[in-house]
Design a binder for this molecule. Sequence first.
Ligand code: EPS
Length: 380
Amino acid sequence: FGFSTAGESHGPAEVAIVHGVPAGLGLLAEDIDRDLARRQRGYGRGGRQKIEQDRVEFLGGVRHGYTLGSPVAMLVRNRDYANWEERMNPAPVERPPEKITLPRPGHADLAGMQKYAHDDLRNVLERSSARETTARVAAGAVARKLLGEFGITVHSAVYRIGGVAYPRELAVRDAAKADASEVRCPDPEITERMKAEIDAARYARDALGGEFVVVAEGCPPGLGSYVDWRDKLDARLAAAVMSINAIKGVDFGLGFGLAARRSSEVQDEILLEDGRLARASNRLGGLEGGMTNGEPVVISAAMKPISTIARALRTVDLSAMEPARAFRERADSCAVPAAAVIGEAMVAVVLAEAFLEKFGQDNMTDIRASYEAYLGRIGR
Ligand code: EPS
């Protein structure tokens, strides 16, 4: 199980191909569209989201509402392409647009131009734009549908925007309620303070980052493995979440806070409750030895502020090789709520991959039988 994406931000469409999807999974366009819409919400988004109304079109892998076991191909059209047909046309055009040569600090612009020998920054920014995460969320929605068949849910909440923070443990507890908040913070009062913080940054022609947490409940113990470094689930989850645009740090459970505590205040003690195994706490975020342990998986991420800002920063004009101000383009002032939804998608994809590694991947009937047998053996 895994996926690839293709598509430029102002090109014709975003594309996702998900491979390794078992046959017999019920899958409807509305399963995907629900998450596409959740990604588009969030206070602090720019003008682009008023143009886009992301909707999936299945191009392969699904028939009469069920997956076939073949790759699931999905297309989300960029409505904005109508305004960019000349500038972004795959075919040569009569009047090529003026080249952009003012790389933005913090973006992929400069190293991207150097690496791919581009003399027009647009050739880099179109793909490095977070618009690509539309396709990731489509792939994540397929993974979420699969996990949901086994009672596994994935939620997210935002617990920091700029200087306004909310206790992480409360964000973890109430992540399932975050959809009600415009910034995905479960607390209405903090939501208003976060919105004011975004307004202040936008007024100052600046942008804000923040922190969010993704919580996956219902995972059986034993997803991932301790036997090979590549199989360790925490490493795979960290890589997947780190790959989201502008993410600069990831941690699990109490995260970096664990480093300052004594061992007796860190480990999650094993208890017997009514003859069943249980844990006294979940400070390690549901992962021990690179495997799920049956507690909720809790992964947090820090997002840096968006690098496209109206208060243009210093750069160098690469055509004239002269000091200049960075290229400015319409942009969001805060995308942390959207990043949290993208975080859900990436976590769902990694969990689905690990789930299918453990329980088989051809068809839902065999996977269900294997899953039930495992739960029976370990007494869950
Ligand atoms: C982005 C810049 C903005 C965002 C975009 C990411 O787009 P535009 O340049 O068209 O105004 O809206 O995000 C999306 C389009 C999206 O759907 O998330 C960037 O430079 O990364």
